[in-house]
Design a protein around this ligand. Structure first.
Ligand code: DOR
Ligand code: ZN
Length: 424
């Protein structure tokens, strides 16, 4: 890219503070002479640290028809992200040093966000034998987070051994909390709506029982646990209790669990099928409260692109999952309001800390790495799936008007998005 190395972001509000100018030079937020800098008019815009997603499905290798590292990276940059953690449920599974290095390299080549691979906990996500955790940790991809996401590590002995193993190098196990026997054949949340529709239910206790077990295991081992896509009020209470005891546990919630309820299933539109499923309004309320008070640490997208044939079919046959990268900030904004410091904490600083991504999660002030995003909070946009940079179209927000628009994103001082459009 032959873009200039110097930008002057004029009249921007850093995290809602009074307007200022930000000079971006040589990959950092700088002070000093702005002569020769390209001016970015940021009147009315808010600067945030570049967002960090701890839970992204990029589908490469294996399902490049649904997403590639490059297309997912572009969707991420357009959503204001400068780093994403790529889930391991690819084909082949990211359970070896070779596969995580491949994903890492593809991320570098795309050059739109930092792609940090997550390694599988068990070989082939089969839940039987531990994968090569050490080899993935010492590989060029320097894996720190391990997850069988899509599947639960349901064997308590394996879970214990995984927690013990990663403790040695400060790793973390990210659990998809779903007791498999309790969710056999499940199609949606177990409750009144499922009864009405005659669909097999996914009970809240299937999530809560695994989280309760795992916080006890993490406490016993003294290791770090991260809980993926928390979806129920009961899970929040288990986490609150564990955190009060000093257990080293962190937790995420997705934008869709913060906004949508199981009533959406009455449409029988598989775009609303997701795992864990959409829950009733009382759970949504508890999740919003937990995100505000810190029992839930972060918003993570669970961006889960699926090809048309895997989504536009009968509900029972459709794959679970929704797009998330391009809409996450708008939805979080609508849930938290314009509390920019809290948004920065939940979507950038805290996820960067959990993932150990040292170059990310820094407020855009002089001296910081220039990983940042500029948001227009006054803008409104109608979500059009055809406009997505993702290769897939399965957004549950089609036709909805959402607040806020990402105007620009910078990765180490180089723009990846300008005027709301991807630079490459
Ligand atoms: O809805 C989901 N989709 N939940 C998961 O855990 C996996 C994900 C996927 O890979 O599509
Ligand atoms: Zn999951």
């Amino acid at each position: 890219m032959n873009a200039p190395h110097k930008y002057l972001i004029k009249g921007v509000s850093v995290l809602g503070r009074p307007k200022t100018d930000l000079l971006i030079q040589d990959g950092v937020v700088a002070e000093g002479d702005a002569k020769g800098a390209e001016v970015v008019d940021a009147d009315g815009l808010v600067a945030l640290p570049g967002l960090v997603d701890l839970h992204t499905h990029l589908r490469e290798p294996g399902r490049e028809d649904a997403e590639t590292v490059e297309s997912g990276s572009r969707a991420a940059a357009l959503g204001g992200y400068t780093a994403v953690c790529a889930m391991a449920n690819t084909s082949p599974v990211a359970d070896t040093a070779g596969v995580v290095e491949q994903v890492y390299r593809l991320g570098r080549e795309a050059g739109l966000v930092d792609v940090q691979p997550i390694g599988a906990v068990t070989v082939g996500l089969a839940g039987e034998r531990l994968a090569e955790l050490g080899a993935m940790a010492t590989s060029a991809a320097a894996v720190r987070i391990f997850s069988d996401d899509g599947h639960c590590v349901s064997d308590p002995k394996l879970m214990r051994r995984a927690l013990e193993y990663v403790k040695a190098f400060g790793g973390v196990i990210a659990q998809h909390a779903e007791e498999p026997r309790l969710t056999e054949g499940a199609q949606m949340h177990e409750g009144e709506v499922a009864t009405r529709l005659g669909l097999t239910g996914w009970p809240a206790v299937a999530e809560e029982a695994i989280i309760a077990r795992d916080v006890l295991l993490a406490e016993h081992v003294g290791s770090r646990l991260h809980v993926c896509h928390v979806s129920t009020a009961g899970s929040v209470e288990v986490l609150r209790h564990a955190k009060a005891r000093g257990v080293r546990v962190t937790a995420e919630v997705t934008p869709h669990h913060l906004l949508l309820t199981d009533e959406r299933a009455t449409s029988y539109d598989p775009v609303f099928k997701v795992n864990p499923p959409l829950r009733p309004a009382s759970d949504v309320e508890a999740l919003r409260k937990a995100l505000k008070d810190g029992v839930i640490d972060i918003v993570a997208t669970d961006h889960a692109p699926h090809a048309v044939e895997d989504k536009e079919c009968e509900w029972a046959y459709a794959r679970p999952g929704m797009l998330g990268l391009e809409t996450a900030l708008s939805i979080t904004l609508s849930v938290l309001g314009e509390d920019w410091d809290l948004i920065a904490e939940r979507m950038s600083r805290a996820p960067a800390r959990i993932a150990g991504l040292d170059g990310h999660g820094h407020d855009p002030v002089p001296g910081a790495p220039a990983n940042l995003t500029l948001v227009d909070p006054a803008a409104r946009r109608v979500v059009d799936p055809a406009e997505s940079a993702s290769r897939s179209r399965n957004t549950p927000y089609a036709g909805m008007t959402l607040p806020g628009r990402v105007v620009a994103t910078f990765l180490r001082g180089t723009p990846t998005v300008l005027d709301g459009k991807a630079v490459k």
